[in-house]
Design a protein around this ligand. Structure first.
Ligand SMILES: Cc1cc2nc3c(=O)[nH]c(=O)nc-3n(C[C@H](O)[C@H](O)[C@H](O)COP(=O)(O)OP(=O)(O)OC[C@H]3O[C@@H](n4cnc5c(N)ncnc54)[C@H](O)[C@@H]3O)c2cc1C
Length: 332
């Protein structure tokens, strides 16, 4: 990519099939606004693929949240993500508008899209970042855990755009509006030879998509080593079903074979920020709490009154999980 006129931050807007914008976009937007200030107030732009006319439903959100420019591609097929078409069109857009930074949510879709775009543009991509900043040379300083979570590495990219993906719930959405006179640019989508190469037959809910519900779960009940065995996790699941919660686990519980790695919360697992996080028989090791400390209300159930989890809990219940939960389940 030519290196003159490189400026601004571009963010990919992920939508779900119902047409809602994924909150990771708003989280990235909030962080991008902060980075933009450090870069002297460069434009923060968004790229989105929409059904015909669908952009009208998004205009207000983009304006209220302070997006400077929105580039949108319209087509009847854009209700559903398409790797090849999206990545090729983004590649062309990036070559033309030359952003210095491009951010993508580290969702399943973003993890598919980002490397394709980075590969096509021959630039670097730092995946699953936990922190983004601008260094003294004006470069994107992308931080992420490495060596199995034992070290935090800050990675710089020599080429443009400097690309990064960030998991949902790592950054916060700006709670207040940040109104901007957003400019909207309709782009002609190009289909190359790809339009009919992929045919979507049906969508099925898989274990992975259930797991991804953790990203947007309002209530999570998480289990640790103190649940001891499968019966403990079964009880945790009954508890979760009763209160409409999603289930998560600590790394130790995963290592004990009680839960899949994909629902592990923490430094080497997922980052979540539900309204309520109920930590059951979890000690509260830092490697776990970094993945859930942004939860709005933390409830801890632990038999050890000195367990560190109580230091960050809003509500603490000292007691035996195997006594408390069965009693709770008896209630109506
Ligand atoms: C590089 C690295 C990365 C890591 N990444 C992660 C990560 O991503 N996520 C993660 O979770 N961990 C991670 N860990 C592991 C972390 O350090 C802790 O070992 C782990 O979080 C502890 O899990 P736990 O709370 O389930 O178990 P423990 O620390 O053993 O705690 C069990 C708790 O259960 C309580 N308990 C026991 N029985 C009962 C009962 N009947 N009722 C109520 N309470 C009871 C005990 O009092 C105790 O507090 C990582 C470690 C390293 C070194």
């Amino acid at each position: 990519m030519p290196t003159d006129n490189i400026s601004g931050i571009l963010i990919y807007v992920q939508k779900n099939r119902e047409g809602y914008i994924h909150t990771v976009f708003f989280e990235l937007l909030n962080k991008a606004k902060e980075l933009s200030q450090k870069l002297g107030g460069v434009d923060v732009s968004a790229v989105v693929f929409t059904l015909p006319g669908q952009i009208d439903g998004y205009r207000e959100a983009f304006m209220n949240m302070g997006v400077d420019k929105v580039y949108y591609f319209e087509d009847e097929s854009f209700g559903v993500y398409n790797t090849e078409i999206y990545s090729r069109n983004i590649e062309e857009l990036v070559r033309e508008i030359q952003p210095e930074i491009m951010l993508i949510g580290a969702t399943n879709e973003g993890r598919d899209l980002a490397p394709r775009v980075a590969g096509a543009l021959a630039t670097g991509l730092t995946a699953d970042c936990t922190g983004l900043d601008i260094n003294e040379n004006g470069q994107l300083a992308a931080t992420r855990p490495t060596f199995g979570g034992q070290l935090m590495a800050t990675i710089l990219c020599k080429n443009y755009p400097q690309m990064a993906t960030v998991r949902p719930n790592v950054f916060k959405v700006n709670p207040v509006n940040n109104y901007s006179q957003t400019e909207f640019f309709k782009r002609e989508a190009r289909f190359f030879e790809y339009k009919n190469r992929v045919e979507i037959l049906e969508f099925k809910k898989t274990v992975e998509s259930v797991i991804n519900e953790l990203d947007s779960a309002e209530i999570i009940v998480a289990g640790g080593r103190g649940l001891k065995n499968e019966a403990g996790f079964k009880l945790l699941k009954q508890f979760a079903d009763k209160i409409g919660a999603s289930v998560a686990a600590t790394r130790v519980a995963v290592e004990m074979g009680l839960a899949p790695q994909s629902i592990q919360i923490g430094q080497t697992g997922k980052t979540v920020a539900p309204k309520i996080y109920i930590a059951c028989a979890i000690s509260g090791a830092i490697q776990h709490t970094v993945g859930m400390e942004n939860s709005k209300h933390i409830i801890a159930i632990n038999s050890d009154e000195n367990a560190p989890i109580f230091d960050i809990a809003d509500t603490g219940i000292v007691g035996d999980f195997f006594e408390i939960i069965p009693e709770f389940l008896k209630i109506g």
